[in-house]
Design a protein around this ligand. Sequence first.
Ligand SMILES: [Zn+2]
Length: 277
Amino acid sequence: MRIYVSADMEGATGVVSALQTRSDHPAEYAFGCKMEFHDVMAVIEGAIEGGAKEILVNDSHARMINLDISGLPENVRLLSGTPKALGMVEGVEGYDGAFFTAYHAMSGTPLAVLDHTVSGATLYDVRLNGHLVGETGINGAVCAAFGVPVALVTGDAAVCREASGLLGENLVTCSVKEAHGNASADCFPPSRTRNLLREAAREATLRIASKRAPVQKISLPYELELTFKYSRQCDVVSYVPGVQRLDGRTVRMRGSDMVEMRRWINVATGLAGAVAL
Ligand SMILES: [Zn+2]
């Protein structure tokens, strides 16, 4: 069995502050990297216990060079660096199931550690086929386009609730902390989350093997609406041919290819992020 792991950082054990996720704050960032790696290693152990023979870990946070390859077992490969066309789900096609580790809730979620969607600096919110989605829903839709189930989501309690609402009762979730606010949380220590994550990953792998892991339900064609924080960010994105502007801060794209939709999100946030604020 082949397992794909999309590894973010904000939802990792003990991470509560943006400083712990930013490379321009080296001391705090070192902790974030250590905990992203900790949670990834725990799910790898669980996946192998559950029967996984091959695992690809996609480093999915910011510069995507947070994980230290020197600590990985020999049957695990690391997809490292950016840009990657599909970002957090690059290379997921053909895997038997996907895990989303150390994920965070969508922008605007109350009591959620470091809630945002794709880019906190540019995107206010994202709608896919009329529904508000976060990174779980966006990346889950890409997985669905390839027929890949999402078997496990880990992070704070808020992203676990969001993911369960989206993917249903056959999704395995593992909460490593409960937010008291956007940048504060009641956290389990790594000695506990390692066991929780490992057991959740083992169970998720068994559900993939028995075809019980959920594939996100989404119908064609896709309609993607991006609302930006500032109208001048929306200005530049609206200049792209084929883009429809709905209001001062929102554009819409339609299509029947989720891979193109996912690429479009990256392009649009890149353009919007290049606008001087
Ligand atoms: Zn991240």
